[in-house]
Design a protein around this ligand. Structure first.
Ligand code: AMP
Ligand code: GLY
Length: 420
């Protein structure tokens, strides 16, 4: 099969790496890709948020299957355009992508299907939002309704902070994403990410992960897109995963189907677990980044068969061949990230590293320049390893980190600490 993956980050590098291990893959194109992806697949320049351009490219290149990595093309309806053109695609419709693109939509779905989540109010004007605050306890969570690149969530410790967040959101601080605001009860507990493939009707869990969102060791400092992750997440026991499927995931899928917007793709459920009970924090309609990297490291070649089965409505007969293994990824970021950082520094030592089914450096923000690899993003490399234990995966990942010569980069040295 000729396969096209849309996206350019570490997530897409790991998807490409897993897909290439599957003998069903004859040819792989990634658009737009990055320097690491270019070492294993063809890269193409197309506007991946333009459904017409993606369809035209896929038809011209005899693409048999498209995997959509990021949320933006999903929210823009690229999967719909591909399906209309008869091109099989892994990823939800624009209507179903509202599970990530609108927090108010997700809360309303939870209400309709009885899925446990934080109590909330949904507002289209600041006065009503502030009036609601008065009756609530602190801390309180203020969220921009729409897609805000992971930045639209404020956990306010005081009433003044909550009011300032409301003013900021309605004042345009988050662009269109803040035109409506959701205010939520703060949930206590431990977070885990749960990944489930869905084919519109059936669901198949494909693993759990925990990420480290804060830039500093001990989970301190500014929020980032993620400084590392590991899988599985020990807090998501089999019993809690079963409860999450029964109480949250399957009811959501049934409600989506009932509304005529069946969900097909991967569902990334952010869960808060307290006293053995899971509650929904949020849905994303794509793989997490860097969570995908640890999932792909564990699933390997079968990842393609599972995504293909989801796209073709065959999940009822699909199953995951689990190994009793662990994977961990460490993000190497440019010094200064998540604030300002320099671009263009040279990364050395990558060619000395092992590349096999237990060790892989996935590229996130890199470019090839005069035969060398240079950093062009905030999060630049995802140094990923697998082991029989989490400690072994961690040790292997940091051994690779230590062999990379990049003085302009940094990483957290404690990825995995909660589980170890
Ligand atoms: P979200 O973008 O909705 O995942 O929110 C980002 C992060 O904010 C989550 O991963 C949680 O750590 C935190 N968060 C969001 N909503 C809540 C909530 N209701 N209670 C506690 N923490 C929350
Ligand atoms: N690592 C968090 C995300 O992908 O949303």
């Amino acid at each position: 099969m000729n396969i096209l993956i849309l996206g350019s980050g570490g997530r897409e590098h790991s998807l490409a790496w897993a897909v290439l291990q599957n003998p069903k893959c004859d040819k792989l194109v990634v658009a737009p890709g990055n320097a690491g992806i270019a070492q294993i697949a063809d890269c193409a320049t197309i506007d991946i948020n333009d459904g017409g351009a993606v369809v035209e490219f896929a038809e011209r290149n005899n693409i048999d299957f498209v995997i959509i990595g990021p949320e933006a093309p999903l929210a823009a309806g690229v999967a719909d355009r591909l399906r209309e053109a008869g091109i099989p695609v892994f990823g939800p419709s624009k209507a179903a992508a509202a599970l990530e693109a609108s927090k108010a939509f997700t809360k309303e779905i939870c209400d309709a299907c009885g899925a446990p989540t934080a109590a909330y109010g949904h507002f289209a004007d600041p006065a009503a939002a502030k009036a609601y605050l008065r009756g609530q306890s602190l801390p309180i969570v203020v969220k921009a309704d729409g897609l805000a690149a992971g930045k639209g969530v404020i956990i306010a410790e005081t009433l003044a902070e909550a009011e300032a967040a409301i003013d900021d959101m309605f004042g345009g601080g988050f662009g269109d994403a803040g035109a409506e605001v959701v205010i939520e009860e703060f949930m206590h507990g431990e977070e885990a990410s749960f990944f489930i493939l869905c084919d519109g009707e059936n669901v198949l869990p494909i693993g759990s992960a925990q990420d480290h969102k804060r830039v500093g060791e001990g989970d301190t400092g500014l929020n980032t897109g993620g400084m590392g992750a590991y899988s599985p997440a020990p807090v998501l026991t089999d019993e809690i995963a079963e409860r999450a499927l029964a109480e949250i995931i399957r009811p959501t899928m049934a409600e989506m189907a009932r509304r005529g917007m069946p969900y097909q793709g991967v569902l990334y459920a952010g869960l808060m677990i307290e006293n053995g009970a899971p509650r929904l924090v949020e849905y994303n309609v794509r793989f997490g980044d860097p969570e995908c990297q640890v999932l792909m490291m564990r699933l390997g070649a079968q990842a393609f068969d599972l995504m293909h089965a989801a796209a073709e409505g065959r999940l009822a007969e699909a199953q995951v061949n689990w190994a009793d293994d662990h994977a961990l990824t460490v993000v190497l970021a440019a010094k200064g990230y998540p604030a300002t950082y320099e671009k263009g520094s040279l990364i050395r030592g990558l060619d000395t590293l092992p590349e096999n089914n237990s060790n892989m450096v996935f590229h996130a923000g890199t470019k090839e320049e005069n035969g060398g690899i240079v950093a062009v993003g905030g999060r630049v490399l995802n140094v990923t390893a697998r082991g029989e234990t989490l400690a072994q995966a961690q040790q292997r990942a940091y051994a690779m980190v230590d062999a990379i010569d990049w003085p302009e980069g940094f990483c957290r040295r404690d990825i995995g600490w909660r589980a170890l």
